[in-house]
Design a protein around this ligand. Sequence first.
Ligand SMILES: *[C@@H]1O[C@H](CO)[C@@H](O)[C@H](O)[C@H]1NC(C)=O
Ligand SMILES: *[C@@H]1O[C@H](CO)[C@@H](O)[C@H](O)[C@H]1NC(C)=O
Ligand SMILES: *[C@@H]1O[C@H](CO)[C@@H](O)[C@H](O)[C@H]1NC(C)=O
Ligand SMILES: *[C@@H]1O[C@H](CO)[C@@H](O)[C@H](O)[C@H]1NC(C)=O
Ligand SMILES: *[C@@H]1O[C@H](CO)[C@@H](O)[C@H](O)[C@H]1NC(C)=O
Ligand SMILES: *[C@@H]1O[C@H](CO)[C@@H](O)[C@H](O)[C@H]1NC(C)=O
Ligand SMILES: *[C@@H]1O[C@H](CO)[C@@H](O)[C@H](O)[C@H]1NC(C)=O
Ligand SMILES: *[C@@H]1O[C@H](CO)[C@@H](O)[C@H](O)[C@H]1NC(C)=O
Ligand SMILES: *[C@@H]1O[C@H](CO)[C@@H](O)[C@H](O)[C@H]1NC(C)=O
Ligand SMILES: *[C@@H]1O[C@H](CO)[C@@H](O)[C@H](O)[C@H]1NC(C)=O
Length: 492
Amino acid sequence: MPPPPFFFTVLLLLSTAAATTTSKTVTLPPTPSPTSSPTPTKPSPTPTKPSPTPTKPSPTPTAPSPTPTKPSPTPTAPSPSSTPTKPSPTPTAPSPSSSSSSSSSSSPSTLDPKQLRALQSLNIPTSKDPCQSKNNATLVCDSSKPFRHLLSLSLANCSPNDVALSFTALKSLSSLHSLSFLNCPISPIRFPSELSSSLRSFTCVHSLKTLTGLWLSHFHNLTDLTVSATPVSTSGSYVILGNMKKLKSITISHANLTGYITKHLNLNLTHIDFSGNKLRGKIPNSITLLEGLDFLNLSSNALVGEIPTSFGDLISLQNLSLASNSLSGSIPTSMSAIPGLVHIDLSSNQLNGTIPRFISEMKDLKYLNLANNDFQGVMPFNGSFIKRLTVFKVGGNSNLCYNHSVLSSKLKLGIAPCDKHGLPMSPPASKADSSADDNSSDSDYDESSGDDSSGKSEHHHGPSKVVLGVAIGLSSIVFLIVFLVLLSKWCG
Ligand SMILES: *[C@@H]1O[C@H](CO)[C@@H](O)[C@H](O)[C@H]1NC(C)=O
Ligand SMILES: *[C@@H]1O[C@H](CO)[C@@H](O)[C@H](O)[C@H]1NC(C)=O
Ligand SMILES: *[C@@H]1O[C@H](CO)[C@@H](O)[C@H](O)[C@H]1NC(C)=O
Ligand SMILES: *[C@@H]1O[C@H](CO)[C@@H](O)[C@H](O)[C@H]1NC(C)=O
Ligand SMILES: *[C@@H]1O[C@H](CO)[C@@H](O)[C@H](O)[C@H]1NC(C)=O
Ligand SMILES: *[C@@H]1O[C@H](CO)[C@@H](O)[C@H](O)[C@H]1NC(C)=O
Ligand SMILES: *[C@@H]1O[C@H](CO)[C@@H](O)[C@H](O)[C@H]1NC(C)=O
Ligand SMILES: *[C@@H]1O[C@H](CO)[C@@H](O)[C@H](O)[C@H]1NC(C)=O
Ligand SMILES: *[C@@H]1O[C@H](CO)[C@@H](O)[C@H](O)[C@H]1NC(C)=O
Ligand SMILES: *[C@@H]1O[C@H](CO)[C@@H](O)[C@H](O)[C@H]1NC(C)=O
C-alpha cells in the first residue's frame, strides 16, 4: 500500500503560499545548527522531558504513561481551538536557503523554537506554526506551555536531496514519541540516545536504505516497531527484540531478515509479522505462550518442522499466516481451542494428514487457504460453510477429495471427487461436467485466478497462453531485426 503523498502536498501548498506572500517577512531564524542557536525570548523547557503540565484536556497523550496503550498509527491532531494564539491561515514558507532573518522570533510560534529550527535544518517544510497545520498525519504536538513540543513526526516520499538527518537536529526532537519514514530512502545515522529512548513507535517503510539489528535495538522503549521493504542485517531477531521489553507489535517484513525466530519473545506481544524474510529453523514452541497474540504472519520464509502441538494456546489469535514455508506434519488438534480465528493461511507448505473437521465449526472464519500442501482424505466442509467464507482454497492437494453427494462439482475446488473409499477419483477435477460450468466461473470460490493448479483452469487458459506466446515470439523477432539493422548501420 503506497503511503499518501503528504510530503508533496505540503510542499506544493507551501510553495504556492510562498509565491503569493513574498512581501511578508520570514520571521524564523534559519540557523542550521540548533545547538548554537541564540536563546529564544522565553526559556524553553528541556525537550527531553515531555512536560506534563495539564493545560487543557487534549486527545493526544501528554504525560508519558509507564505502560502506554497501543498508539494509533495515525494520531489525530490536537484540536486547534486549544491554542491561545490566533490562527494563521496563510503559513509563510520558511525556505531554508532564504536568509531574510532579521531577529529572533517576533511573531508567536507555539512550537518550541528549538524544535522548529531543527525541523528547518532537516529541510522539513514547516509552516509558521507546524502544530496548527492541517496536515495532521505529518506533525502532532503536545499542548504544553509556553511552547508545545513534537510528539509525532512522519516523513513521506522524501528524497535524499530534500532531507538529510543530523544528530544535533534529532537531539532537539527528543520529545517525539512516534517517528515514521515512509518511502524516504535517505541515509540512516546514529540517533541521540534521548530520542532513542523517548520513542514508543518507530516506522520505516521502504526508507533509510539499510538498517542493522543493533541500530534498531537502541529503541528500547518501543511498543510498536514496523520495518518493511527495508533490508535489516542482523544475526537473528533476538538482537532486535532482546532489549525491547515493552514491545507489543512488531513488523519486520520484506527485510531479508536471516537467522531464527527467537525463543525469547516478549509475553505482551499482540502482533507479529515477520513475513517475506529468510528466517529458517522451526517455529519456537515458546511462541505459544503469547496469550495476547492476535496476529501472526510468518509467511514466505524458510521455516521447517511442524506447527507446535500447543499452538491452540494462542487463544487470542485472529489472523494467522504460515504460508509459503516448508512446514510439515498435520494441523494440530489443539487449534480447535482458538475461538476467534478469522483468517487462516497455511498454503504452500508440506502439511499432511486429514483436514480437521473442527475448522468448519469456527464461527468467525472468513478466509481459509490450505492450497498446495499434502492434505489427504475427504474434505470435511459442506456448501454452506464454503459459501460463508470470502476466500476458500484447497487446490493443489493431490490426495485430497470432496464428497460429491455433499458438494457440487460447480464449486471448482481444484480437487477431485472421492470414490466410495474416500480416495480421489483418478481423473482429477473431471472436465466432463459440460460447459455450463463456465457460467459460475466468477463465483467467490473460483480458483482459476489463483496459483492453485487445477486441471480445469489450465484448460481454460490454454488458448490465450498460446496466443500470448506467439505474440511475444513475433514481437521479439521484429525487435531483433530492427536491432540488427540499426547495428549494421552504426558499424558500417
Ligand atoms: C486529519 O485527520 C482527520 C480525522 O482524524 C482525517 O479525516 C483527515 O483526513 C486527516 N487529514 C489528513 C491530511 O491526513
Ligand atoms: C525509557 O526506558 C528507560 C529504561 O529502559 C526509562 O528509564 C526511561 O524513563 C524511559 N523513557 C521514556 C521517555 O519513557
Ligand atoms: C533481498 O535480497 C534479494 C536478493 O538476495 C534482493 O533481490 C531483494 O531486493 C532484497 N530485499 C530487500 C528489501 O533489500
Ligand atoms: C505486560 O503488560 C503488563 C501490563 O499491561 C505489565 O504489568 C507486565 O509487566 C508486562 N509484561 C512484560 C513481560 O512486559
Ligand atoms: C502476511 O504477509 C504477506 C506478505 O507480507 C501478505 O501478503 C499477507 O496478506 C499477510 N497475511 C496476513 C494474514 O496478514
Ligand atoms: C484479518 O483477516 C481478515 C479476513 O481475511 C481481514 O479482513 C483483516 O483485515 C485481517 N486483519 C489484519 C489486521 O490483517
Ligand atoms: C506426515 O509427514 C510426516 C513427516 O513429514 C510423516 O512422519 C508422517 O508419517 C506423515 N503423515 C501422514 C499421515 O502422511
Ligand atoms: C454444514 O456444516 C456446518 C458445520 O459443520 C453444520 O453446522 C451445518 O449444519 C452443515 N450444513 C448442512 C446443510 O449440512
Ligand atoms: C458422502 O456423504 C454421504 C452423505 O453424507 C455419506 O453417506 C457418504 O459416506 C460420504 N462418502 C464418503 C466417501 O465420505
Ligand atoms: C447460467 O446460470 C443461470 C442460472 O444460474 C442460468 O439461468 C443460465 O442459463 C446459465 N447460462 C448458461 C450459458 O449456462
